[in-house]
Ligand binder design. Structure first.
Ligand SMILES: NC(=O)c1ccc[n+]([C@@H]2O[C@H](COP(=O)([O-])OP(=O)(O)OC[C@H]3O[C@@H](n4cnc5c(N)ncnc54)[C@H](O)[C@@H]3O)[C@@H](O)[C@H]2O)c1
Ligand SMILES: O=c1ccn([C@@H]2O[C@H](COP(=O)(O)OP(=O)(O)O[C@H]3O[C@H](CO)[C@@H](O)[C@H](O)[C@H]3O)[C@@H](O)[C@H]2O)c(=O)[nH]1
Length: 330
């Protein structure tokens, strides 16, 4: 039976892949997005886009007041680790306030299930190789801290009002829709894989490698890249869990790849080397972040279908090759 979902930030990179997955299974989707970093063109026909702020109580009352919601997915957020080290209070204030106002509005309008886009940046100083849900939380930046604030607000919304929530801590989202319908387009782009692809294609100057003196095998940072389509699938699967309880899951493939490995993989798939230079470290970057996702696999049957870095890079490369100007203007 068709269900109705609110997706804040649904015109953005990860959110738009969930919107597609919901439409593919026949659900109705309403997106609230201020289009600050998102794109109208990332949304297929049939999706209602309300352009506005996901933390605006009047707007939320108007939209949520329509009723009939199966769940709210909250992607709308400032989301750059490096930027948050330069603008800490903007991140702390805006991400926390937007999340809390949305939670409050969901409670006010009887929405029973809430899914938060949380982050691996909760774990700056992991005391183990695979970062699972029992790893102590030590946010790596004001961005990570702001996500933790919203996670904590959700805990109280559950205890006091019975709002069931899933905090999905994505590690590094990457790749594009395997059918090539949508992909990643930020302006300016700051993420490693799209930048490495554009550098290989000669569209931008050589890639800066942010530090080669980290305590990792080749000195560059290690990250767990997880395909956006697998993240979208995870969002669908947690809905069942949320009928009875709240939950927290770390989402990745459980394999780390260094910046140099990403550069080599992009070069091989693009058929041209990635020009790059070693630059200084970027503030806020932990050396290594690799997810332990056994809980998600065991409790929901989630199994990433695009787990290899080759698959992830190949889908991202195909989309960027076909869309040299991204989505174009909003
Ligand atoms: N991309 C990653 O690797 C990654 C990893 C971990 C967590 N996350 C989280 O996933 C979510 C989506 O990330 P993304 O990479 O797709 O980012 P994105 O910038 O592509 O998407 C965010 C979307 O939210 C919209 N938005 C931002 N603030 C808003 C507001 N106050 N009101 C309404 N709309 C607003 C933007 O216009 C954009 O469409 C974010 O919450 C981010 O913190 C992303
Ligand atoms: O030009 C670049 C860009 C990135 N990097 C490195 O590549 C790695 C990945 O960086 P990036 O793609 O910018 O992602 P992160 O900063 O790791 O952050 C992403 O992944 C986090 C989870 O780990 C999310 O919370 C964030 O929202 C999302 O932006 C890091 O080690 C960077 O230092 C470079 O060396 N050069």
């Amino acid at each position: 039976m068709s269900e109705r979902f609110l997706v804040t930030g649904g015109a953005g990179y990860v959110g738009s892949h969930l919107v597609l997955a919901l439409l593919d299974r026949g659900d109705e989707v309403v997106v609230i997005d201020n289009l600050r970093t998102g794109h109208r063109a990332a949304l297929p026909a049939g999706v209602r886009l309300v352009v506005g702020d996901a933390g605006d109580p009047a707007l939320l009352d108007a939209v949520l007041g329509e009723g009939g919601w199966s769940a709210a997915f909250h992607f709308a957020s400032l989301s750059l680790v490096g930027e948050s080290m330069r603008e800490p209070y903007r991140y702390l204030l805006e991400n926390a306030a937007t999340g809390i106002r949305l939670i409050e509005a969901c409670v006010r309008h009887g929405v029973r299930r809430f899914v938060l886009s949380s982050t691996a940046n909760l774990f700056d100083q992991a005391d183990r190789d695979l970062i699972d849900e029992t790893t102590p939380i030590v946010p790596g930046s004001p961005y990570g801290e702001s996500k933790h604030m919203v996670e904590r607000a959700l805990l109280w919304a559950d205890r006091i009002h019975g709002l069931r929530s899933a905090c999905l801590r994505y590690f590094n989202a990457a790749g594009a829709d395997p059918q090539g319908r949508i992909g990643e387009d930020h302006d300016p782009e700051t993420h490693l894989i799209p930048l490495a692809i554009d550098a290989a294609l000669g569209r931008i100057p050589p890639l800066n490698v942010f530090g080669d003196d980290y305590p990792t095998p080749d000195g560059t940072c290690v990250r767990d890249y997880i395909h956006v389509a697998d993240l979208a699938d995870a969002h669908l699967r947690v809905l069942d869990v949320l009928t009875t309880r709240s939950a927290t899951y770390n989402l990745g493939n459980g394999r780390g790849h260094s910046v140099r490995e990403v550069i080599d993989t992009v070069g091989r798939i693009a058929g041209r080397p990635v020009p790059h230079v070693v630059a200084g470290r970027r503030a806020g970057d932990p050396a290594t972040l690799v997810a332990g996702s056994a809980r998600m696999r065991a409790e929901t049957g989630w199994t990433p279908r695009h787990a290899s870095l080759d698959d992830i890079v190949a889908t991202a490369h195909a989309w960027r090759l076909a869309h040299p100007g991204g989505y174009g203007a909003n």
